[in-house]
Design a protein around this ligand. Sequence first.
Ligand code: PRP
Ligand code: URA
Length: 208
Amino acid sequence: MGNIYPSTHPLVAHKLTRLRDRDTEPKKFRELVREMAALLAYEATADLLTAARPVETPLASTSGAALAEKIGLVPILRAGLGMVEGIWELMPQAEVWHIGLYRDEQTLKPVEYYNKLPVEPTVSVCLILDPMLATGGSACATVDVLERWGVKKIKFVGIIGAPEGIARLQKEHPDVPIHLAAIDDHLNERGYIVPGLGDAGDRQFGTG
Ligand code: PRP
Ligand code: URA
């Protein structure tokens, strides 16, 4: 499979195990999502462009670097919301643009309910944030939205992916790198990732 980057970091593996645990309560679950998002985004942004920037230290002048790309964080509501804060702390200059999608329980197709993107793109690279890549419908719909907006560089940052969703995103958008903590076994008959972690939105927000 090309363009897919499962993390091999021991911290990610450790935190993922706590996240999967059915006994992990929402407060801890949110903390783990926030921390894992930062670790995954650190890996996903290793190729960001920088421009040379000189800097004066207390001792001397030296060469330095400044980020040269305008970054947009694009959480898919609701579950992607919990991934924003940890990443935003690393890159406080990023813009956050929310996309509201829910998955119809019968058809498993994404239904869009919130999108306030302005007409012209304001960022050059977007990180789509959603813990779960199941059928891939929500991720593909979001990439479609961002491509129509005019963003040229798009990455997907998630926590768990199913082979079905990864294959779909790669087929429809081969240029979008997929960064995940883990690739799981399969989807069940209700479109849930197995072994997975259950419903990522419900577990963060204490609903369901
Ligand atoms: C979940 C998840 C993804 C989507 C993944 O959201 O956060 O957005 O399902 O499924 P897919 O790959 O098959 O599209 P959900 O629809 O449950 O909405 P919520 O985050 O508001 O609970
Ligand atoms: N959405 C979730 O929150 N969990 C899954 O396993 C699949 C979709």
